[in-house]
Design a protein around this ligand. Structure first.
Ligand code: APR
Length: 247
């Protein structure tokens, strides 16, 4: 399964970056977006993951994110998340660049995590920008309002048509450009600008490895495609990583 080429690269690497999508959390029970039981098969992104729709019908969007938050916070990191948290200790430079809003990388113990699409456990006021994360408010049936300015409170996630958080993007682009090995795990790699990162890493000389249960638009540019479940493949890859970071 894992080539001798990748094994030697894992032994020699100084900098590793891992780009993740919904597929890495599938084995934890978090639905993907475009899989057979994917979220976008059941719901319309234009109605639910969009600022104008939120302002038009905050109750509908709030209710939906409340339901998603309930599913996500009831799940646990899986062996794929756990392997990456351990892998971070084996390299001097290591970063997770995630499109996921489920916070599972951090809950698995990963430290350097760039959240390109935000985090469902965070919220803020659209009026004054004040952050709101207290659970009692999040349990509210109606879309809560900011006690300071009465603005609507929204989940701190990136909706379609919105810009990515600048600092997270810049850090991600830097990590991709300096990577010796760049893993793309569980992503259909079709949502931009995030999906441009593998090509950026390749361009900068990284060895690009795709891990997915099926081939994607990314497969033709990958140096190696490992077909299978990330919760099974990532622990195997970890076994070939140095015991500790190179000095
Ligand atoms: N292991 C590895 N890969 C898997 C697994 C698994 N156990 N299960 C599913 N996959 C793969 C699927 O084959 C698919 O290629 O994960 C990918 C999930 O793709 P999407 O559902 O399109 O999710 P993602 O790529 O993360 O979507 C990107 O789109 O809707 C927006 O903002 C949302 O961040 C999201 C972005």
């Amino acid at each position: 399964m894992i080539s001798s080429r990748l094994i030697s690269k894992l032994a020699a690497a100084d900098s590793v970056a891992v780009f993740t999508g919904a597929g890495i959390s599938a084995e934890s029970g978090v639905p993907t977006f475009r899989g057979d039981d994917g979220i976008w098969k059941k719901f319309k992104p234009a109605e639910l993951a969009n600022f104008d729709s939120f302002m038009r019908n905050p109750e509908l969007v709030w209710e939906w994110y409340k339901a998603r938050r309930k599913v996500i916070t009831s799940t646990q990191p899986n062996p794929g998340h756990v392997a990456l948290a351990e892998m971070e200790k084996r390299y001097r430079k290591f970063a997770i660049i995630t499109q996921n809003i489920d916070n599972l990388h951090r809950r698995a113990g990963s430290k350097t995590v760039y959240e390109l699409h935000g985090n469902i456990e965070r919220n803020y006021c659209v009026g004054c920008g004040k952050p709101y994360d207290d659970a009692s408010m999040l349990e509210q049936a109606t879309a809560p309002r900011c006690p300071s300015c009465n603005g609507l409170i929204r989940p701190d996630v990136v909706w379609f048509g919105e810009l990515l958080p600048m600092d997270e993007w810049n850090q991600s682009a830097k990590a991709a450009a300096r990577a010796d090995i760049f893993f793309a795990v569980g992503t259909s790699a079709i949502v931009y600008p995030a999906a441009s990162l593998p090509a950026m890493a390749k361009e900068a000389g990284a060895y690009v490895v795709e891990i997915n249960v099926e081939r994607t638009d990314l497969s033709p540019i990958a140096d190696e495609v490992l077909l299978g479940r990330s919760g099974e493949i990532l622990p195997q890859i970890l076994m070939h990583c140095p015991q500790e970071a190179n000095a």
